[in-house]
Design a binder for this molecule. Structure first.
Ligand SMILES: Cc1cc2nc3c(=O)[nH]c(=O)nc-3n(C[C@H](O)[C@H](O)[C@H](O)COP(=O)(O)O)c2cc1C
Length: 404
């Protein structure tokens, strides 16, 4: 992928992984990006500004008050210039400062004044990363509309092992490419998205569910907002922070999901159903907790209502997108579902360690009504969300009688 013409501010904070930013910066330049480097004073103790100046042939600023080379530089001019700001590595400290809106050096000031996407790439000891304060700060960054990459797990520079490793350069590059490819092409559209599992209660404390984490649906909602769409997310019980700018409705059971979707569908022109709704629910819900008395027990189940099929029947001009998780005959089964449920687009994937419910990545096929099949290699769920939203954009353009 080329970054020709992209203007990237590479922010570097004081992590042992700071030297890896040299390789990241070189790769960005090699791909055609124009790079400027903003370092914290502590980052400059790990790698000198001279290293970046020499390796990337680019401007480097540590302290805006002490830069004798460019007296015209305003403290927010880099924020205005950038197409994206990437803080890699991001220390626990810079994450905390930015979550709190602090601007006490050049990098944090640039981030506070940003009007482009900001991507944090955390790198730290796992105790620092898992500390509730850091987790809270990361959540706040999401709520402020910033992007935060999940660090890798494995051996850390401090000799310990765990979550907090600086991700592979290729992964960071792929994430930057995803964020740079966002266009506000769905402005004026209203998108309804579902995500996560449902819970079908047997008694007051036990339920039947599935391992859906909601990551795919949440990634689509996060990106739909960036594409300019007014976005509503109906979510089953998940552990993810609501994405920035999304109107969210929480539900638990398949029945509540059905009711919420039906009451929202009319007000939206695009519906993407990415939740894992139970097909069956206990016929009888016991009041209170069932006591452990009998040696065996049977639970009778009743079919739940098919949300996607119901939407398909009543969709009119709306665009309807479904998901299919298959265990075999991926394309045939997905095509069959697309026709049976009157969908415009279906994303189908096979369950595996890297494409299943809890993975951050996915892979599969996107099939449209005209029978076009696009194979999607293993990519981040955010990237797949962008591809899917672009596909929806193409359907809209085709209907309007033109294509880009
Ligand atoms: C050898 C060494 C390695 C460090 N590595 C990290 C790190 O990987 N991640 C981190 O968050 N902090 C790390 N720190 C601590 C930060 O440098 C410290 O919190 C500092 O205040 C960060 O400043 P900055 O965010 O302004 O760059 C390290 C410190 C030392 C001395």
């Amino acid at each position: 992928m080329s970054f020709e013409g992209a203007k990237i501010v590479l922010g570097i904070s004081g992590s042992i992984a700071a030297y890896k930013a040299v390789y990241l910066g070189r790769e960005l330049v090699r791909r055609g990006a124009e790079v400027r480097v903003a370092m914290t004073k502590n980052a400059a103790k790990f790698v000198t500004p001279l290293t970046f100046r020499a390796a990337l042939s680019c401007p480097v600023v540590v302290d805006e008050f002490e830069d004798p080379t460019d007296f015209n530089m305003q403290h927010i001019s880099w924020s205005k210039w950038a197409d994206i700001i990437v803080i890699a590595p991001a220390t626990a400290n810079i994450i905390a400062k930015c979550a709190g809106g602090i601007a006490n050096d050049f990098l944090s000031t640039t981030i506070l004044a940003a009007n482009s996407p900001v991507l944090f790439v955390p790198a730290m000891n796992s105790a620092m990363f898992l500390n509730p304060a850091t987790q809270r700060n990361i959540k706040t960054l999401h709520q402020l509309g910033h992007f935060v990459m999940q660090p890798d797990s494995g051996d850390l520079a401090c000799g310990e092992s765990g979550a907090g490793r600086f991700p592979e350069i290729e992964k960071i590059i792929a994430e930057i490419e995803t964020l740079l490819s966002i266009e506000k092409t769905l402005t004026g559209h209203k998108i309804l998205i579902t995500a996560g599992p449902t819970r079908e209660y047997i008694d007051s404390v036990r339920f039947i569910s599935n391992p859906s984490t909601g990551k795919m649906g949440y990634a689509i909602a996060e990106m739909a907002v960036r594409f300019g769409a007014e976005t509503t997310l109906i979510s089953g019980p998940v552990e993810i922070t609501p994405p920035y700018g999304v109107r969210i409705i929480y539900v638990t059971s398949a029945e509540k999901m059905y009711n919420a979707v039906m009451s929202e569908f009319g007000a939206h022109d695009i519906a993407i159903m990415a939740s894992a709704v139970a097909d069956y629910t206990p016929t009888k819900k016991f009041p209170g907790k069932i006591k452990k008395t009998a040696d065996s027990m049977a639970i009778e189940l009743t079919r739940t209502r098919d949300i996607l099929a119901e939407l398909g029947k009543n969709k009119g001009d709306k665009i309807l997108v479904g998901f299919a998780l298959e265990t075999d005959n991926l394309i045939e089964n997905a095509k069959d579902k697309l026709i049976r449920k009157n969908l415009d687009i279906i994303f189908a994937n096979l369950e595996s360690e890297k494409t299943g419910f809890s993975a951050d990545t996915n892979a599969g096929v996107i099939i449209d009504k005209d029978g076009n099949i696009e194979e999607i290699p293993l990519l981040s769920k955010r990237k797949i969300a962008v591809i899917l939203l672009r596909k929806i954009q193409q359907v809209i353009e085709k209907r309007a009688g033109y294509s880009k």
